[in-house]
Design a protein around this ligand. Structure first.
Ligand SMILES: [Zn+2]
Ligand SMILES: [Zn+2]
Length: 244
């Protein structure tokens, strides 16, 4: 499996990084995990055609994690002229929120005839859902966003990738990371503790409880990006790739 880190930034463009977006490429399947507002540009920067994405799994419905789905769908309808089906999985309400985002930004864009099948799959805690060629299990985390917020466990062929989404520390992260080949985890601040986001120090205090081979940090603020050389852990960067 190859993972392309398309967007590893926070909501506020810290370090000039793009919004949350990872592409998991495995056994002929291509699953996008989170699709922040800048994700269409990120795909094109990486030379990946948007039509090659089979499915999208969304952790929660903040703009830096889901707003790119609106751009991707408008692109699919107008510019890329998609014909392959697309599945978007996310918390209950994802279909409505994506449609609202499309209508706010591109009025009328939800009422055109699509040449492709679009399916929304609702994630529910603890239930494994088929999403394209992978299966996704959602774990509730602590991050208010107008709908449920999840960490995700993504089973793609023989590999398992865990993804924290955005959350303060919760023991749920132990469950989502257990036995994973890779855990992509938020580290928003270095040591400052705030509600709803995770800091590096707290994560490291719990490192021994996380039974996974490898952790890669993402969703970093300027505070974290200024201290990358102090980290005892890998950090993702835009455009970087991870082989599993
Ligand atoms: Zn975020
Ligand atoms: Zn968020």
């Amino acid at each position: 499996m190859r993972i392309t880190c398309l967007g590893t930034g926070d909501a506020f463009g810290s370090g000039g990084r793009l919004h949350a977006c990872f592409l998991l490429d495995f056994d002929g399947g291509r699953l996008m995990v989170d699709c922040g507002a800048s994700s269409l540009s990120a795909l094109r920067r990486a030379g990946i055609a948007p039509n090659d994405v089979d499915a999208i799994a969304l952790s929660h419905l903040h703009g830096d994690h889901f707003a790119g789905a609106a751009f991707l769908l408008v692109d699919a309808q107008v510019a890329s002229r998609r014909s392959r089906p697309l599945v978007i999985a996310g918390p209950t309400g994802t279909g409505d929120r994506v449609a609202q985002a499309m209508e706010v930004m591109f009025p009328g864009s939800t009422s055109v005839d699509r040449r492709f099948e679009l399916e929304f799959a609702e994630l529910e805690p603890g239930r494994e859902v088929e999403v394209g060629r992978s299966s996704v299990t959602a774990y509730p985390v602590v991050h208010p966003s107008g709908a449920a917020a999840y960490a995700l466990r993504l089973r793609c062929g023989s590999r398992v990738v865990a993804y924290s989404g955005d959350t303060e520390w919760t023991s749920t992260l132990i469950d989502v990371a257990r036995g994973a080949d890779l855990f992509i985890c938020e580290a928003y601040f270095y040591e400052k503790r705030i509600p709803y986001h995770l800091d590096y120090r707290t994560l490291m205090e719990h490192r021994s409880e996380l039974e996974c081979d490898r952790i890669v940090l993402t969703h970093m603020s300027e505070d974290m990006l200024g201290r990358l050389e102090l980290l005892d852990c890998e950090a993702a960067e835009d455009g970087g790739t991870i082989e599993l």
